[in-house]
Design a protein around this ligand. Structure first.
Ligand SMILES: *Cc1c(COP(=O)(O)O)cnc(C)c1O
Length: 415
């Protein structure tokens, strides 16, 4: 599963790359084809993402796909209409400005002020990206050099390890463990993971896949360590508005942290339009400059008309609770149903995802699930460096009738 490049005296395994090849679809050089083949690629050990593989399996078995986290109903009609209007009215059909259209940068700045009291100059402290995915890539590539280390928490969003490997940096993971209904980490494990090479702590709260919202004590500890070791915190807050219990506390609001924090958001998640790929970064100007320098050569720009629609949506939105409320109903329906079927369920306080604990061999369990039940789920093992293979992640951001049908199928599942 994993390809550690050596253990160190700090006790945390260090990862230059992460092999998913036992998932079965590692990229292989074509044999017998005419023409040159690269002998080795930077990301060979990552293979095809599990999501592509499981989505293909869902299609071929006619399964309900609770693997990938995207809603099966589109965002608010007025937001959709704003995008259609932008296209027809000729706004954003040609390359928008490199840092993002001013309207959207101002709207992101206003959002951060209204929601969290953060003060950002939209001209030099806000950047629009092609989804949070590009924001993560530009931040990691812009803020690390080969040999630098990034500390992050496992299970983790799959692009993190790949992006870190792309730039030649390495990562160390601190393991989140279930702890009285939520997931948390051992402070000492985090302390040990930080070395002289560490540049960045990469944080994700609310957290995918566990659904945990980091609390003030956890964030304070991370912030203290970041200040003590002069680290940058890159914080992936794409689920900031999809919270059912608890409060989202942006890292940048902690004392002294705005000056060293890079905050990443995703309008796709906030407004249920994941295909639009509109993300945002806010950071102090010296950090944002580095990130923008990378972003301009990744995509240059993207999502032109959608930027206008999201700017309008952010300006019009005063209450983000409606989408979370709808999602909460779906969470309750699905997690209650799983519990009634006898599964050991971790109930998430946020996000699109619920986790069950099948005790072991979760990957094999997931591979067999489409055939046995006509349902697709993701083995959380792919989100770990450690050999932890007991958790299964289901996405519940689906219509209630789809969730009910999935539960029905799971209930009838052959042994
Ligand atoms: C969905 C997701 C992203 C990617 O967001 P996009 O805006 O679709 O690129 C990043 N981080 C986490 C934790 C996610 O779940």
């Amino acid at each position: 599963m994993r390809a550690p490049t050596g253990n160190t005296d700090s006790g945390t395994a260090i990862h230059a790359s992460k092999g998913n090849t036992d998932i079965g679809t590692g990229v292989q050089a074509a044999t017998g084809a005419a023409g040159a083949q690269p002998r080795e690629g930077r990301l060979d050990s990552f293979g095809t993402t599990i999501f592509a593989e499981m989505s293909a399996l869902a299609l071929s078995t006619n399964s309900i796909n609770l693997g990938q986290g995207f809603p099966d109903t589109d965002g608010p009609p007025e937001v959709l209409q704003a995008a259609a209007r932008a296209i027809v009215e000729g706004r954003g059909n040609q390359y928008p400005p490199g840092p993002g259209i001013p309207e959207l940068r101002r709207a992101i700045s206003a959002h951060q002020r209204q929601q969290y009291g953060l003060d950002l100059d939209p001209d030099v402290e806000v950047l629009v990206t092609v989804g949070a995915t590009e924001a993560i890539a530009a931040a990691i590539l812009g803020l690390t050099l080969p040999g630098d280390e990034v500390v992050m928490f496992e299970p983790y969003y799959d692009s993190y390890a790949a992006t870190i490997a792309l730039g030649g940096a390495r990562h160390r993971s601190v393991t989140l463990q279930p702890d009285g209904g939520r997931w948390s980490f051992e402070p000492d494990e985090l302390r040990r993971a930080i070395t002289a090479q560490t540049r960045v702590i990469l944080l994700n709260s609310p957290h995918n896949p566990t659904g945990t919202v980091f609390n003030r004590a956890e964030l304070t500890l991370i912030a203290e360590l970041a200040r003590e070791h002069d680290l940058i915190v890159v914080t992936d807050e794409v689920y900031e508005h999809l919270i059912f219990e608890g409060e989202h506390i942006p890292m940048a609001t902690l004392p002294g942290m705005a000056a060293r924090t890079v905050t990443i958001s995703s309008a796709g998640k906030t407004f249920s339009v994941t295909g639009w790929k509109v993300g945002g970064v806010s950071a102090p100007a010296p950090l944002l400059n580095r990130i923008r320098a990378v972003k301009q050569f990744l995509t240059y720009v993207g999502s032109g008309p959608f930027q206008y629609a999201i700017a309008e949506a952010l300006e019009a939105a005063t209450d983000y609770r409606a989408i979370a409320e709808q999602l909460r109903t779906r969470r309750d329906l699905f997690t209650k149903g799983l519990a009634e079927l006898g599964y050991s369920v971790h109930i998430p306080a946020a996000t699109y995802f619920a986790t069950i604990d099948v005790g072991g061999q979760a990957e094999a369990w997931c591979r067999a699930l489409p055939g046995r039940a006509g349902v697709v789920a993701i083995p959380s093992r792919v989100f770990y460096d450690s050999d932890i293979d007991r958790y299964v992640r289901f996405a519940f951001c689906k219509r209630p009738e789809v969730l009910a049908e999935a539960l029905d199928r799971l209930g009838k599942m052959s042994a």
